[in-house]
Design a protein around this ligand. Structure first.
Ligand code: PEP
Ligand code: MG
Length: 610
């Protein structure tokens, strides 16, 4: 695309004060200069083998080129440009993949309009298609209002005469931005594209009355709170809420880039999913398995948490077993859903790892309900809760420590996993259903063996009774420095290692993962650390432990497979490190799966070049 203004300076285009003309009109106004301009564009783009952003001026009919650089692009443009350059024979598939900023793919996962609903809707106006995407929400006229409503989870569309840098906070909370003035290169458009937010700019038909918070378009006056939808790809404006549908990374240019990523990547990409719904979403984004199912997250729902609380607050083995009997069928049903969603890909189920304080009731009504369910007094339950209090819950009675104290929990969970796998294998004999049971927060071989023995005994009994040949694996998370330091020992008994880099970062730095945000900014300001180690892997320290654990693990167990399931599993630079140290897979949240697929391909391409 291109824009120009006559009798103007570049600043006039960027400021968005005047609406520029499309470049095609230059052909009519200055045919000679236009022809020359098109020729120069071709020369420059062929030379740089990339899409260029070019600035020019025409003075007294003569063309001057002012500047050229590789053009900034939206994710949508980046994948099209990459595919076009491959098809034109300009660059190789590998070069094309390297050209795309993996993180930007996030923007392509925003919803689009439901095609049928869009067809049925009639536009009430049209502006410039400034930033792609679909936005449907209620009108607000100021950035402050956008923040206020957006924070409450309400969907808003910000309508402005033009935007300025003070509006950025509001733009972040808006589904879409509509401006009366400006073109594709004005502030609103550039910022919106950077954020991946839909924007329609330069709709000059709008009669704006900012003071009274209303505008008129096509004979109708719109007030704050009225419905509005914007199509950032066509510039169409609709006076209604058009339903949206989730993005589809399996078709078009996106699908092609994902296919190419899978062709070049050598690591697997799995997902962290706790519910069948999330697992299905991730599978549709190309996840090749579940790398982490946090089983405690299956109990957040109001219908389930009471049984979980009964388990936590049980005082005797009998009471705990009674609560576990209620939990087991819920777990089994969920596990079946996970195996079904992944259609035969590996599913790693992590045993309970709840910091207990997240689950004990604090509300008087919940405490009363628990007391009633347990046949105890409220005072008694309050005492049990007080006894559960820990000064450092994240380093407290969680992970495998729960099973060491209450082995019946591991019995129940193993039973639920194995029964679910047997049921799904029965329904789909063609699938390779191999559950991977993962034991969290291990720091010592004997501790791991203690839990593993319970798993093996319970699982083998069930499989034998079913007359099945079901295979299963038992492995551990490596998330405590001591586990990494003794990985050679643990590897003798583990089928797999999965790096829990959230806890491994927490415990290697000694930074609380819940509180570090308060003091880390001072570390950045003083240039002690450059980035948040919870978001981007600290390859120097935490990475050293990981590398050591992988190497020592393989020395004692050649067949061991290793992955990562901390937040870093969806971060491009961390993924590159994981590839370097020879991990078999990364696992990340469903919406990061496409990013991880491309990042893994880029890491493999880089590694080949070294
Ligand atoms: C981790 O510690 O990296 C991990 C994946 O487990 P959680 O975040 O549940 O502690
Ligand atoms: Mg952890």
């Amino acid at each position: 695309m291109g824009e120009f203004l006559t009798n103007a300076q570049g600043e006039d285009v960027v400021a968005g004060v005047r609406t520029p003309m499309p470049i095609t009109q230059m052909e009519e106004k200055f045919p000679e200069a236009y022809k020359q301009f098109v020729d120069v564009c071709g020369i420059l783009e062929n030379h740089y083998r990339d899409m260029q952003d070019m600035e020019f001026t025409v003075e007294n009919g003569k063309l001057y080129m002012l500047q050229c650089r590789s053009g900034k692009r939206t994710a949508q443009a980046a994948i099209k440009i990459a595919c076009d350059l491959i098809d034109e024979g300009m660059i190789s598939e590998e070069e094309a993949l390297m050209q795309i900023d993996a993180k930007s793919l996030d923007m392509l996962l925003h919803p689009t309009f439901d095609v049928k609903a869009l067809k049925a809707a009639k536009p009430v106006g049209k502006g410039i298609a400034a930033s792609p995407g679909a936005a449907a929400g209620h009108i607000v006229f100021t950035a402050e209002d956008a923040v206020e409503h957006g924070k409450k989870g309400e969907k808003v569309v910000l309508v402005r005469l033009e935007t300025s840098p003070e509006d950025i906070e509001g733009m972040k909370y808006a589904q879409g931005i509509l401006t009366v003035r400006g073109g594709q290169t004005s502030h609103a458009a550039v910022v919106a594209r950077g954020m991946g937010t839909c924007c329609v700019s330069g709709c000059g038909d709008i009669k704006m009355d900012e003071a009274n918070k209303c505008f008129t378009l096509a004979g109708k006056t719109y007030h704050e709170g009225d419905a509005l939808s914007l199509d950032g790809s066509t510039g169409n404006i609709y006076g209604e809420l058009i339903p949206t549908v989730p993005a589809d990374p399996n078709s078009g240019y996106f699908g092609r880039i994902m296919e190419l990523s899978d062709k070049y990547k050598t690591m697997g990409v799995r997902t962290n999913a706790d519910t069948p719904k999330d697992a299905k979403q991730a599978a549709s984004f190309g996840a090749q398995g579940i790398g982490l199912c946090r089983t405690e997250h299956m109990f957040f729902g109001p219908d389930r948490i009471p049984a979980f609380r009964e388990m936590i607050c049980a005082e005797t083995v009998e009471e705990r077993k009674a609560a576990l009997d209620k939990i087991e069928p819920m777990q089994q049903a969920d596990f079946e859903g996970l195996f079904e969603a992944l259609g035969g890909y590996p599913v790693t189920i992590r045993f309970l790892d709840p910091p207990l304080h997240e689950f004990v009731p604090t509300d008087e009504a919940d405490i009363e309900a628990l007391a009633k369910a347990q046949g105890k007094t409220v005072a008694y339950i309050k005492q049990v809760i007080a006894d559960l209090h820990e000064f450092n819950p994240m380093m407290g009675h969680r992970g495998c420590r729960l099973t060491v104290t209450y082995p019946e929990i591991a019995v129940m969970q193993t039973s639920a996993v194995i029964k679910a796998a047997l049921a799904v294998k029965g329904r789909h004999p063609e699938w390779n259903v191999v559950p991977e049971i993962m034991i969290p927060l291990v720091g010592e071989l004997k501790e791991y063996k203690f839990v593993k023995n319970i798993v093996v005994e319970t699982a083998d009994k069930l499989i034998k009774a079913a007359g099945s040949d079901l295979k299963y694996e038992v492995g551990t998370m490596i998330e405590i420095p001591r586990a990494a330091l003794t990985a050679d020992e643990i590897a003798k008994e583990a089928d797999f290692f999965c790096f829990g880099t959230n806890d491994l970062t927490q415990m290697t730095f000694g930074f609380s993962r819940d509180d570090a945000g308060k003091f880390l900014p001072a570390y950045y300001a003083n240039k002690i650390y450059e980035f948040d180690p919870f978001a981007r892997l600290d390859t120097v320290g935490v990475g050293k432990l990981m590398k050591m654990a992988v190497t020592m693990g393989h020395e004692n167990n050649a067949k061991i497979h290793c992955g990562i399931c901390g937040e870093h599993g969806g971060d491009p630079s961390s993924i590159e490190f994981c590839n370097e140290i020879g991990l078999n897979y990364v696992s990340c949240s469903p919406f990061r799966v496409p990013i991880a697929r491309l990042s893994a391909a880029q890491a493999a391409i880089k590694a080949k070049k070294k």
